[in-house]
Each structure stands twice: as C-alpha cells, then as structure tokens.
Design a protein. Structure first.
Ligand SMILES: Nc1ncnc2c1ncn2[C@@H]1O[C@H](COP(=O)(O)OP(=O)(O)OP(=O)(O)O)[C@@H](O)[C@H]1O
Ligand SMILES: [Mg+2]
Length: 281
C-alpha cells in the first residue's frame, strides 16, 4: 500500500439503469500524497465526478455499485470503514469544494447560519465542545482566510447579496471550516467569468500551500490543470489513460487522447493553444 494521504486502488464502479449495467469506472488508481497538488482531467462523462463521489462516500447505491477496488485515506480503507467512522472523515479530514454556489448555498439562510450549522455537525461528529460564539468567531476567521474584506458583513448576508466570486469563496471557506488535510475541488469557478475564476484558482492554490493541504483538482480544463497541479491523471471513458508530472505531460503527451485534449485548449488569437486541433468538435 502506498504512503499517499489518499490512495484509490483499482476502483471499479458500475451503474445499473433499466436493467443494463454500465461500467462507469474501470480499475481507476490514483495517489494524492500529503501536501501535493494533483489534477484529474478528462472530457465530460469520463468519470471524474463519479470518482470524487466514491472517495467522499456520496455515491448512491443503487444505482451505483462498487464493483471492485479500495480507497485508502491515511492508511484506512474507506470502503470497509463503518458508516459512523466514515462520516467523521467527510468534511473534516477531507472536504469538497462545490462547483455551483447558487445550488450549493441555501437562499433563505445567511452565510453565518449555514456555516455555523456545518460546524455544529462537524463538532458533534468529532465530539468537540464549542459554543455558538466560538463557532461564529471561527466562521469570521475562515472568511478572512478566503480574503473577504468585511467578513462580519459577509456572514450576515444572504447568498443573493453576494457576487458570484464571493459565493464561490464562501464555498471554499465552508470546505476549510473543519481544518481538513485534503480538499477535493470539482470544477471550481466554472460558473464564473474567466478573470474571477483565475482569482479563485489562485486563492485555492495559495490556501493549500500556506496551510499544507493536499488538493485534488477535478476539471475538464487543461489550463486549470497547468495552473493548479504538479501531477496529473488523465481520464477517458472511466479509465486512467495517462499519469505524469504536469510539466512533462504538456511537454510531451503520450496518449492520442491527451494530445487531443491539449490541442483543444482554445487560443484567443484563433485556432488552438498548441496548433490546429485534430479532434472532432
Ligand atoms: N446516477 C447515474 N446513473 C447512471 N449513470 C450515471 C450516473 N451518474 C453518472 N453516470 C454516468 O457515469 C459516467 C461518468 O459521469 P461523471 O459525472 O463522472 O462524468 P464527469 O467526468 O464528471 O463529466 P463532467 O465533466 O461533465 O462533469 C457518465 O457516462 C454518466 O452518464
Ligand atoms: Mg463532473
């Protein structure tokens, strides 16, 4: 077994729909060492979110079935861990940064309400004693960490009162509340304009580096891969087809599929980032 903080070992997941079985993940293996920045990239439908859900224990079974493999966090096999133990890890040892702030935030509660509720559940799971005032102080602290200028005002706000970039930062703050060691970000910022998305990615990168966290960045965008990771796993049709240090992958992609992904990165001057793409639209 590897020494990685998170290690996915030959994971296979099937989905059964209308009596048919689809092999959605086929022997996926990946390692996320402590303090590393790893990307998982692939086109739409390649299995990235299913991989993330399997790691977080969020796959609905049925229709999904774990057909094989193991997932280790800090040496413990998550798939055989009792539910209670597993719940303790979710949102505490490892956290998700969700993609779509509008559907991930509840419009009728303030940011402080939503964040203190998350903290209350996390505290309960971890048998940690903390009163309401301390929880609110922690919320302000985390909002400051994600570079909110006026954390008290943001905490009192309803989601609709914040800009898209601020809402995405709130989601990052939520993921940080319980001081996880691993952040899993599934396409963060894709609902934002490119400038704001770039700021969000920079913030995430700065946070994980400053706080010594590991980051698993899930994206279909190779620009994001280049900005945020030092090692990359390329997925296609439910399989990892190539994995290398990010710089090497861009310098000399091996797989035709990876070459096609790289060629498809758009360029503002027309054509594509690395010449003319020989891929179907
Ligand atoms: N609940 C489900 N029932 C049946 N099939 C599913 C279900 N969820 C996902 N799938 C299938 O699993 C495959 C992988 O989906 P997944 O959501 O992991 O893709 P993805 O790589 O995250 O794509 P995107 O970039 O669009 O987010 C797809 O072919 C999808 O149709
Ligand atoms: Mg997805």
């Amino acid at each position: 077994m590897s020494q990685a903080l998170l290690s996915v070992d030959n994971l296979s997941v099937d989905f059964s729909t209308y009596g048919q079985t689809h092999h959605v993940l086929k022997n996926v293996s990946l390692d996320v060492p402590a303090r590393s920045q790893i990307a998982l990239v692939g086109e739409s439908g390649s299995g990235k979110t299913v991989t993330m859900k399997a790691i977080m224990g969020l796959l609905r079974q049925p229709p999904a079935t774990i057909a094989g493999g193991r997932i280790f966090y800090d040496g413990r096999d998550l798939l055989t861990l009792p539910d209670k133990e597993r719940l303790k890890l979710r949102g505490t040892a490892m956290s998700m940064v969700f993609q779509d702030p509008m559907s991930s935030l509840n419009p009728v509660f303030t940011i402080a309400d939503q964040m203190t509720t998350i903290l209350k559940y996390a505290d309960r799971r971890l048998d940690r004693q903390r009163n309401g005032r301390d929880r609110l102080a922690r919320v302000h602290e985390v909002l400051t960490q994600v570079r909110m200028r006026d954390p008290e005002r943001v905490a009192r706000s309803y989601p609709i009162m914040l800009s898209g970039g601020m809402r995405q930062r709130v989601l990052i703050a939520m993921a940080l509340l319980s001081e996880p060691k691993l952040l899993i970000a599934d396409e963060p910022g894709t609902a934002l304009d490119v400038t704001t998305q770039a700021q969000i990615l920079k913030l995430l990168k700065d946070l994980v580096e400053a706080r010594g966290l590991a980051l698993l960045m899930i994206t279909h965008n190779l620009g994001v891969v280049r900005e945020t990771s030092s090692y990359v796993y390329v997925m296609n049709k439910g399989q990892v087809v190539e994995h290398r240090p990010t710089a090497e992958l861009f310098a000399a992609p091996r797989e035709d599929y990876t070459k096609a992904l790289i060629a498809a990165v758009p360029r503002l001057t027309g054509g594509t980032r690395f010449g003319t793409a020989e891929v179907a639209p």
